[in-house]
Ligand binder design. Structure first.
Ligand code: ZN
Ligand code: ZN
Ligand code: ZN
Length: 307
């Protein structure tokens, strides 16, 4: 009997412990790499999604990063995706908990905020969970149901943030939102710069085209340590519709633009936010080989970024 009790104690202890080789200083973890709709995409019967429907190992969730501080045991996520439930389980495997200390939002497209619905009465019923949002995004959530109910019932507490204005998540982690051009129907769109231990990471899951942005992305890559960048489409013609209606930098265009960078700088780039049609989702595809051979990285779910 005593042995059984020991076993139960050891087992429950092991269950609540973070996974081995988890960093002891703040880090970023990739929780999702796909475009808003995830991979495979609903109702897609084409070659791109065929294998992923049959094999869950090939499926990918919507782009999302977690920021984790193992010292204070705090954790935040950038964007609340439709896959938040699975993504917090993935986070828990690494940190031992799915409890969040806040959510940072980029914009009001379906892949980036609709996961907030899980914090309401029907599910978590959280108490004033901090949600960091730009002014139009904040207003959109406050003025439109069902999001307005999360505000009214104080499930979430929206913290207004300003572009190009740095704020601290705690003593060790600084964050700066910055505006990027995108189809801003309901909100502005921001990317985030995260600074930990003197090193920086930028996350831009959605942007129309690099040329439309006043910031020179190539110069910015030189200044930062990691760049998680919009790679929605690999190349023009990937969709059988007018792709100028949904502009994104094609990965081919980005690689052309970044070709002047040194190998060390190219290695900072992690392509993320992949549409179901993007061949970078297919293991061993020619596109994957090209991107990796040129020295760029592909964001991977579960990947840990150290600072
Ligand atoms: Zn998106
Ligand atoms: Zn597909
Ligand atoms: Zn978007």
């Amino acid at each position: 009997m005593r042995n059984l009790i020991y076993l139960i104690i050891i087992f429950s202890f092991a269950c609540n412990q973070p996974a081995e080789n988890t960093p002891t200083t703040p880090f970023v973890m990739v929780l999702g790499v796909a475009q808003d709709a995830g991979y495979p995409q609903m109702n897609c019967k084409k070659e791109c999604c065929k294998r992923a429907w049959k094999n869950p190992d090939l499926q990918r969730t919507t782009s999302c990063l977690a920021i984790v501080d193992p010292i204070s045991k705090e954790q935040w996520i950038i964007d609340a995706t439709p896959n938040i439930k699975e993504q917090l389980q993935l986070l828990k495997q690494k940190t031992g908990t799915e409890k969040l200390d806040g959510i940072l939002l980029t914009h009001a497209h379906m892949g980036h905020y609709t996961g907030l619905m899980h914090f309401g009465r029907e599910v978590m019923g959280t108490d004033n969970l901090p949600v960091f949002a730009m002014p139009k995004m904040k207003n959109f959530l406050e003025e439109n149901g069902p999001w307005s109910q999360l505000v009214k019932l104080e499930n979430i507490n929206i913290k207004a943030i300003k572009s190009d204005s740095t704020f601290s998540l705690n003593d060790r982690i600084k964050v700066k939102p910055f505006l990027v051009p995108h189809r801003d129907e309901f909100s502005e769109t921001v990317g985030y710069e995260i600074t930990i231990n003197g090193k920086t990471l930028i996350f831009i899951p959605d942007i129309d085209k690099w040329e439309k942005w006043e910031t020179d992305i190539t110069e910015l890559i030189k200044k930062v340590d990691y760049a998680f960048l919009d790679a929605t489409f690999y190349k023009n013609g990937e969709l059988k519709r007018d792709m100028s209606e949904i502009p994104h930098p094609f990965v081919e265009e980005s690689m052309e633009l970044f070709s002047e960078l040194s190998n060390k700088e190219k290695a900072k780039v992690h392509f993320i936010h992949l549409n179901h049609t993007n061949p970078l989702l297919i293991e061993g595809s020619t596109a994957q080989k090209v991107v990796l051979k040129k020295g760029y990285n592909l964001a991977e779910e579960g990947e840990i970024i150290k600072f």
